[in-house]
Design a protein around this ligand. Sequence first.
Ligand code: AP5
Length: 215
Amino acid sequence: MDLLLFGPPGAGKGTQAKLLIEELGIPQLSTGDMMRAERASGSDLGKRFAEYMTQGLLVPDELVLELMEKVLSSDAAAKGAIFDGFPRTAPQAEALDAILAKLGRKIDRVVAIEVDLNVIIDRVTGRRVCKSCGQTYHLRYDPPPSDGVCTACGGEIYQRADDTEEKVRTRDSEYQAKTSAVLEHYDAKGVVVRIDGVGELPEVTDRIRAAIASK
Ligand code: AP5
């Protein structure tokens, strides 16, 4: 299955994707996580990503597609994937459809997670993330250990530089201006199910399961 978890920054895409990897038996492909890993490696490509990410702006399509084409042509996602944070523009959606079509696949379901901006700001400014495995915590809703060591892998927990209120507002504006077109693209194909993203984590997971199962 190829599943797209769609929604604004902080909607819970990454958190929910990680909860579903084992159950669905397919990997999570997060362009945000991949770009942060590339930046951490100190590569030239990572430096180009940083120019945009630190400002809360979208990375240009050609750089994103270069990254995703490599991943999708590898064995890692041969049986499908949970796409998280990609595609984020109409050209990215068209490119993804073309890559998947060559593999005899298509996006089977888009689950659009709906959350208001005020909730998003609260979630994103309270988020803490493991540098090694990407495990996500929240200072109030899912507190990280007080010693700052990830419970999943022992890695270091930190706050993303783009998780300030100012950057979240910029990221949300980018989402409204460029990313909402992706929903229209998949709405036209009849594969979108919208769900309420507010509630306890297991409740939201149940809504995603129901959305996947619905026709
Ligand atoms: P990316 O890393 O993809 O960030 P994002 O889409 O802005 O999404 P987030 O990771 O902020 O949020 P999320 O929805 O995964 O929420 P999470 O589960 O963590 O992208 C970062 C940047 O990279 C972009 O700005 C851009 O520059 C670049 N980029 C990436 N992909 C790109 C692309 N395709 N094209 C161009 N540029 C690209 O949850 C948030 C918090 O809320 C957590 O603390 C979590 O614990 C908490 N939480 C989650 N669910 C709940 C709940 N139900 N109740 C209470 N708390 C909850």
